[in-house]
Design a protein around this ligand. Sequence first.
Ligand code: 5GP
Length: 217
Amino acid sequence: MSKLFVVSAPSGTGKTTLNNRLMKEFPSVEIAVSHTTRPIRDGEVNGRSYHFVDKDAFRTMAKSGQMLEWAEVFGNLYGTSKQELDRIFAKGHDVLLEIDVQGCRSVLREKPDAVTVFILPPAVETLWKRLEQRGTDKLADRWRRLLTAKQEIEACHIYSHFIVNDNVERAYNELKSIIVDGGAPSLSHNDGKRFCEKLIDEFRTSELLQDLKKKLG
Ligand code: 5GP
């Protein structure tokens, strides 16, 4: 029977690289194409990266019950349509949802058997540096993404599995083991929650972040 997976991670944690590699190696796992109202970025393809729609079209879909879940993220609307899920399930494939924490919470209400994975950065300062290296956002936007990451990490106890992305190869093998082999992650649920608490603490104690907060907060 087809399975449903949710993989979430703060921006800059490397989730997309890991998920895309998994999909390439295992074509029976498909990433559901979400709908979004955010503008299309260079290199993205409508219908493949996302279904890009305007706010009215999105709201009509949501109101008429066509969405499995939807949420507002960074000021734009994002959602997974039930039709997209049915399309993938009809092929007998597993579905991977690359969605945020609010979306995961809604999915668990509808589909409590979904396997949920949260990918964590090894340290908060590493996350900040990765956001800087990506070079796609302005300083204020990067700071907003970091504050959102804090909120997401604070809420991540709802996930069943945690992966720390300190090494891409190791993180990929863990993801593969959970999704393809149904294996257990190397971090237990309690250790995962403890790791999240350590990260939350770093938001408070990191000198780098305190300096940024004075400048931007
Ligand atoms: P981006 O704009 O960078 O592609 O995605 C921004 C955020 O929106 C990411 O955290 C991503 O996981 C989340 N996201 C993408 N698609 C969906 C969706 O269908 N539902 C929800 N709830 N979040 C989504």
